[in-house]
Design a protein around this ligand. Structure first.
Ligand SMILES: C[S@@+](CC[C@H](N)C(=O)[O-])C[C@H]1O[C@@H](n2cnc3c(N)ncnc32)[C@H](O)[C@@H]1O
Length: 300
């Protein structure tokens, strides 16, 4: 259906390389944690000690794909994102053949046409049949790699409105990574849900481990303005999250949380261990700012 430039990645040697070891994010995501994972990982419990891994702010899933827990509950409020993950998990062949079939070109016009089709499906994303879900997931992946900065933003009517990214021959996907991601999701029997984090963490218990990567508390006035006007997490949300985290920890769930090292976040988690890591990243949660930043890691 979509058809475009994409890489098939490296050739697999089935005898020597387990497909699931090649799993990595198949979406660009604001605030993606791929680069900071090595610094975060040292605060994680060994996977063998974890009964259920919970990641309620899944985004591009960089941490899940790197950590590789045996059982996982993966969630994000973005239902379009979750439908895409579910489809990659259950029908990766279908998604790949949609992505492979020749159609839309990576031009501004081709992008606009794809976005119209995407928005039609997005308006009833929870009611799509299997075939439409496959089309939707492949459109999501295609648009994610051709739009500006891989951002996901909808207007007040719920329509995706990110402009064309003007990339020269963008790589839309790697077949190897997409298949590996699908296998990793199936192997972890990943439950994929579009719930608010409170509902996900409400079920967390002793033996479980949750990694939390919420939209960050803004550090500067500009960032604050950007975040609040885009319906980002405000201080009340950060406070609600801190209460939910304290409750989960009280029940015996282990938690690692990333956020900005602002005074108020430090205070909200003042009773837990805190570390600062430096993060090289291309787009942050607000889609602005490109220089390395310091991030807070809360370990509980
Ligand atoms: C910083 S991003 C996570 C990035 C992710 N760690 C990665 O590596 O790509 C935050 C995510 O939280 C989601 N989100 C925002 N509010 C939420 C809520 N109340 N409950 C669950 N997810 C939420 C957003 O849709 C977004 O995908």
């Amino acid at each position: 259906m979509i058809g475009t430039d994409r890489s098939r990645g490296t050739t697999l040697e089935p005898a020597t390389v387990a497909l699931n070891q090649l799993a990595r994010p198949f979406l660009k995501w604001a605030g993606g944690k791929a680069q900071v994972y090595p610094a975060l990982q040292r605060y994680f419990p060994p996977v063998a000690e974890v009964e259920t891994y919970l990641e309620p702010f899944l985004g591009g899933g960089a941490v899940f794909f790197a950590y590789r827990p045996a059982t996982a509950i993966l969630a994000d409020l973005n239902s379009a994102l979750i439908v895409t993950y579910k489809t990659v998990k259950s029908n990766v062949d279908g998604v790949i053949s949609e992505l492979d079939a020749p159609s839309a070109q990576v031009t501004e016009e081709g992008y606009r046409d794809a976005r119209v089709r995407f928005n039609k499906l997005l308006s009833r994303v929870s009611k799509l049949g299997a075939k439409q879900r496959t089309e939707f997931a492949s459109l999501f992946i295609w648009i994610n790699h051709t739009c500006f900065n891989g951002l996901f933003r909808v207007n007040t009517k719920g329509k995706f409105n990110v402009p064309f990214g003007y990339y020269q021959r963008p790589t839309i996907y790697s077949e190897v990574s997409l298949r590996a991601a699908s296998e990793a999701l199936r192997e972890a029997s990943a439950a994929l849900v579009s719930y608010d984090y409170e509902r996900v963490l409400g079920g967390a218990d002793k033996g479980d481990f949750a990694y939390l990567d919420p939209p960050y508390d803004p550090v500067s006035d500009t960032a604050k303005f950007t975040s609040y006007t885009r319906g980002g997490f405000d201080l009340e949300e950060q406070e609600r999250l801190a209460r939910v985290v304290h409750d989960a920890v009280g029940r015996g769930c282990r938690v690692v949380l990333s956020n900005s090292p602002s005074e108020r976040i430090r205070k909200l988690y003042g009773d837990f261990r805190q570390e600062v890591v430096r993060v090289p990243r291309s787009i942050n949660c607000q889609g602005t700012g490109r220089s390395p930043v310091e991030e807070l890691v809360v370990i509980a």
